[in-house]
Design a protein around this ligand. Structure first.
Ligand code: PLP
Length: 320
């Protein structure tokens, strides 16, 4: 693969741990967890790996301000804010929702002292462009990080993550994780193709129908292999995605998420989050109960972080 610019601040390699008590409770396949909730950078998560490449691109472009967008409880925005501070950059976050008292990720954004602009989900892209233009006109040298950090450079972080897993001597039959803006999914799918991983890369959709997610991930994975100098085309049909667990929508946890969060906490002392990993683990547990994973297979749950949202006011009733 081409060497592409990278700054090093993630705590890597992240550990892989067995989940013996959870596996026994579910009576399913042996389960492992890859701890990307422990990547460092203001409480960690999957965005750290992406940001190593995104920050390198920003710095190489002479950026002085990072701009990105997300939900009020966005982990991506919190980690982007921390990365900006670490490299002495300004940061503007365009958050969809109502201005609200700080809690969870939003509290950390404010602690990091970055600028916050409020928008609606419908206006988000227009307001992001407007914020970029205003910063440009003011001479602040803005660098736009797309939603979720899911550009080819960001997704490259998960190609290298796949390489890291293989170098740890691990070759699970299935890798299961939360998929939303698609960068994690695209990186792992591209990594599978480029590095010859023969297991399956299965994303649990957080907020998109299956065909939309497959299309997005295939396109991003294809562009990522191009960036890495080993162009291959990934087709939407070869992207594995389950979209049966969307519930009442993004950021609205229900029984599925609550049960998964309680099981991981009470069987393994592991914290999931209400938006992403709770939903993905809930989907994985449902698939185990359905007998989806063939007998004798090993399943690795790739933990993508998100626990700061546990301390958001809106999730105060998550524990039953
Ligand atoms: C952003 C995020 C995801 C989704 O990753 P994508 O690369 O955007 O698909 C999953 N889990 C957590 C905790 C996240 O913050």
């Amino acid at each position: 693969m081409n060497q592409i610019p990278r700054l090093r601040f993630a705590h890597l390699p992240t550990p892989v741990e067995p989940l013996p008590r959870l596996s026994a409770t579910l009576g399913g396949p042996p389960l492992l967890v890859k701890r990307d909730d422990q990547t460092g950078l203001a409480l960690g998560g999957n965005k750290t790996r992406k940001l190593e490449f995104l920050l390198a691109e920003a710095v190489a472009n002479g950026a002085r301000t990072l701009i990105t967008a997300g939900a009020a409880q966005s982990n991506h925005c919190r980690q982007t804010a921390a990365a900006a501070r670490r490299y002495g950059l300004d940061c503007i976050l365009v958050l969809s929702g109502e201005p609200q008292p700080p809690s969870g990720n939003l509290l950390l954004d404010q602690l990091l002292g970055v600028e916050i602009l409020w928008t609606t989900r419908q206006q988000r892209d227009a307001d992001l462009q407007a914020a970029f233009q205003a910063a440009w006109d003011a001479g602040r040298r803005p660098y736009l990080i797309p939603y979720g950090g899911s550009s080819p450079a960001g997704a490259a972080g998960y190609v290298y993550a796949m390489q890291e897993l293989l170098e740890q001597g691990l070759h699970p039959d299935w890798i299961v994780f939360a998929s939303s803006s698609g960068g994690t999914h695209a990186g792992l799918a591209a990594g599978k193709r480029l590095l010859g991983y023969s297991g399956q890369v299965l994303g649990i959709s957080i907020d998109e129908p299956q065909d939309v997610l497959q299309q997005r991930v295939a396109e991003l994975a294809t562009r990522t292999t191009d960036l890495l100098g080993q162009p291959v085309t990934l087709q939407p049909q070869e992207i594995l995605a389950h979209a049966e667990y969307l519930g009442a929508g993004y950021g609205i946890p229900d029984t599925l998420e609550k049960e998964a969060m309680a099981l991981f906490a009470r069987q393994e002392g592991l914290l999931l989050d209400p938006v992403y990993t709770g939903r993905a683990a809930g989907g994985m547990i449902d698939l185990i109960r359905q007998g989806f994973f063939p007998r004798g297979s090993t399943v690795l749950f790739w933990h993508t972080g998100g626990a700061p949202a546990l301390f958001a006011d809106r999730y105060r009733t998550i524990v039953e």
